[in-house]
Design a protein. Structure first.
Length: 238
């Protein structure tokens, strides 16, 4: 029998807000002109470019130089996840789907984006215990954005909760909490997997290289985020 989607109505205002300052690391290479989704793995960081002709880049941790790259079939890509064998990437314009691709760019599977419409598409992806988590903000207007837990076999929504603000973007799992970045508010909110907010990190002004969080991932005690406008890669210790 199909699982019933559970909705948990929450807001970030119930969690303590902490002011934090990010550290600038490096710029993505010019070929990755608008970094919009990212995923940490051992050996490097996967970053997807949001331009119409999207590309996937595997970048070195130290300075961001390209270790590997390939084009994708996604359109204005956003969000990257690693399931242990392959990558997941969201296409925010037609086809508005979630793509599972091999590390050399071959399409392996395609799922519908939960809650998608002409004004809604996925921006953040994360893989937790065999399930795909998807952050879907509205492009122009309500309904409110949400984070969905999806069955990667068939795309069924297993659970969901309200995402912060109106422009939530990247999501990242630290082993205890699912972090959600909000680009306009410049915040990262930590949630339990049933949608209870635990912490809110609000970015102080700066660094000048990377003011706005888009893609988000977690690696060795730090949240890494990219700014699609400046190509900056920044980190916050948590």
């Amino acid at each position: 029998m199909a699982a019933t989607a559970k909705a948990t109505a929450t807001t970030a205002t119930t969690a303590t807000t902490e002011k934090v300052r990010a550290s600038f690391r490096w710029y993505t290479p010019p070929a990755c002109a608008k970094p919009n989704g990212m995923q940490a793995v051992e050996g490097g960081i996967w970053v997807v470019d949001q331009q119409r002709e999207s590309g996937m880049f595997f970048l070195d941790w130290k300075d961001g130089h390209v270790l590997q790259s390939f084009p994708t079939k996604t359109n204005h890509s956003s969000g990257v996840a690693w399931d242990g064998e392959a990558l997941w990437v969201a296409s925010t314009y037609p086809p508005v789907d979630l793509f599972r691709i091999s590390v050399d760019g071959e399409e392996l599977r395609r799922l519908p984006t939960p809650g998608a419409s002409e004004t809604k598409a996925a921006h953040g992806l994360e893989w937790i215990d065999g399930k795909l988590w998807v952050c879907v903000p509205p492009r122009l207007e309500p309904p409110r954005p949400a984070v969905y837990q999806v069955d990667p076999a068939d795309g069924r929504v297993l659970s969901q909760f309200a995402a912060p603000g109106m422009r939530p973007h990247g999501i990242a799992w630290d082993g205890r909490h699912l972090w959600v970045s909000e680009t306009t508010l410049r915040t990262m909110t930590a949630y339990t997997l049933d949608g209870q907010p635990q912490r809110v990190l609000e970015l102080e002004p700066g660094p000048s290289e990377g003011p706005d969080p888009h893609g988000l991932t977690f690696y060795q005690g730090e949240l890494w985020y990219c700014d699609a406008g400046t190509r900056a890669m920044c980190t916050i210790k948590v």
